[in-house]
Design a protein around this ligand. Structure first.
Ligand SMILES: N[C@@H](CCC(=O)N[C@@H](CS)C(=O)NCC(=O)O)C(=O)O
Length: 273
């Protein structure tokens, strides 16, 4: 069990002795999206954090696809349930939210929220991942930035021992070529510009005054681009220690309306609400 679990498991359990286990790659932004929703809505869970590749044992054991986040719903006397998509985990968190918590899906905005979420999953998720890995894996500093925190010391030892073999596998898996990087950057610019235009009328959040699942999805998936200081797991070093080109873009993006939304969402909606 990761030290993440120890901090996350603080809210009352679901009724009927149900236990929730969130299997993650701690650094993953899709996992951050699920973690944020569960914590925000006061749903009790423990997190089992892994390093990429080493997560495969856990996901195979749990069943379903190999991707994370994966929410395992354990109820005494029945087979565990599984939720394998981060957006479905947000929906679950909202449906099982603790009393006094507001919904992340105001009914009159449902279609708008779904449409933004689908767009962010497709246009930010894979492209910000490639953008970040492209920079981090080319820099020695990238190692310490990328893979710290929330995993067991045994996994960290196995991971670093295997790193010479794993590193080229990452390069291949994410197509970390110059061309691939440029394509991802232009996809990111397009969606960030669309968000900027939507926010141009001064609204604080995507659908108006209220923070919704759409804002949560944008902020969590864009966290590697903006690196909000409130990001606790994994804990990143300050922006000025990032590789130079990455740092410069992050600082420029923070000044844009979408970047300000991400920073505001982390400051106001991420912890202790
Ligand atoms: N559509 C999925 C995407 C999840 C996803 O891409 N997860 C990545 C981590 S960022 C993953 O599990 N990669 C490891 C693998 O494919 O084995 C969701 O929203 O949950």
């Amino acid at each position: 069990m990761s030290d993440v679990g120890a901090t996350a498991d603080t809210t009352p359990a679901l009724s009927g002795g149900t236990r929730l286990r969130l299997i993650t790659i701690t650094v993953s932004h899709y996992c951050e999206k699920a973690r944020w929703a569960l914590e925000k809505q006061g749903v009790s869970f423990s997190e089992e954090g892994h390093l990429a590749v080493l997560h495969l044992l856990a996901t195979r054991w749990a069943g379903g696809p190999r991707t994370v986040p994966k929410l395992v719903i354990e109820t005494t006397g029945s087979n565990p349930g599984l939720i394998n998509e981060s957006s479905d985990i947000i929906r679950f968190a909202d449906e099982h939210r603790a009393s006094g918590k507001g919904t992340l899906y105001p009914e009159d905005k449902a279609a708008e929220i779904d449409s933004w979420m689908e767009k962010f999953d497709k246009e930010i998720g894979p492209h910000v991942r490639r953008w970040a890995y492209y920079h981090l894996l080319r820099s020695d500093r990238g190692f310490e930035v990328c893979f710290q925190g929330g995993t067991s010391s045994l996994e960290r030892t196995v991971f670093w021992t295997s790193w010479p073999v794993l590193k080229p596998m990452y390069g291949q898996a994410f197509n970390l070529t110059e061309d691939g990087y440029r394509r991802s950057l232009s996809r990111l610019e397009a969606v960030f510009t669309e968000v900027d235009k939507t926010l141009a009328d001064g609204r604080p959040y995507l659908t108006g005054d209220q923070f919704t699942a759409a804002d949560l999805t944008l902020a969590a998936l864009a966290y590697p681009a903006i690196m909000p200081p409130e990001m606790k797991v994994p804990k990143f070093p300050p922006v000025d220690r990032l590789p130079a080109e990455m740092r410069d873009l992050t600082l420029a993006w923070r000044e844009r309306p979408f970047g300000k939304l991400v920073l505001r969402a982390y400051e106001k909606e991420r912890h202790g609400m």
